[in-house]
Ligand binder design. Sequence first.
Ligand SMILES: O=C(O)c1ccccc1NCC(=O)[C@H](O)[C@H](O)COP(=O)(O)O
Length: 210
Amino acid sequence: MAVQIKICGLSTPETVDAALAAGATHIGLVHYEPSPRHVALDLARELREQARGKAKAVLLLVNADPETTGRALNAIQPDVVQFHGNETPQWIGGIRRSLPYEVWKAVGLKDAGTLTRSEKYIGKVDRLLFDAPAKALPGGNGTAFDWSLLSGHRHKIDWALAGGLTAGNVAEAIRATGAPLVDTSSGVESAPGVKDPQRIADFCRAALAA
Ligand SMILES: O=C(O)c1ccccc1NCC(=O)[C@H](O)[C@H](O)COP(=O)(O)O
């Protein structure tokens, strides 16, 4: 099956079009004010509508309180909500039980212990997104982690690979890990928060050719 591709941190209609044209299966909308990719709810709703029926819209939240979470989900009605902070399995499981969204949890992989600890989300989420550990931001830092942590790992639920992926390394990352879904943000930007249509096209081509 062809690898699935998420282009994260989109914030303009032009770059959503570029992602859709290049074959992205998922577009990521970051609703987190400290991020250079933050999109307010009105814009996120427009971008989500632009992608409807063409790619899944993934809403990213980071340690959002219940009111913010409810307001954002209501406004955007995404296909997927991705939790990218320290949200607990109980909190995430509650959202998944009560709302009709696919639910993902991002996990920063430092070492084999983090991989083992990520199992507490099994049964509470639909997918684990393995990313580099948090730095200045919880995600979107453009750094890769040690992919060998995943080699030979028996995944018990759906998963995805993120962290420092570019057109230049995504094929190798797919071969090294067997990732069924790859996610990039900084690797398709010309500056933090500024997506580049050419880099989006190059990334998708390289991932699909892997
Ligand atoms: O992208 C952000 O600014 C961001 C901020 C806060 C939490 C998560 C964020 N991004 C999440 C993603 O899914 C990124 O695509 C993922 O971390 C990979 O980013 P990158 O290493 O820059 O490709």
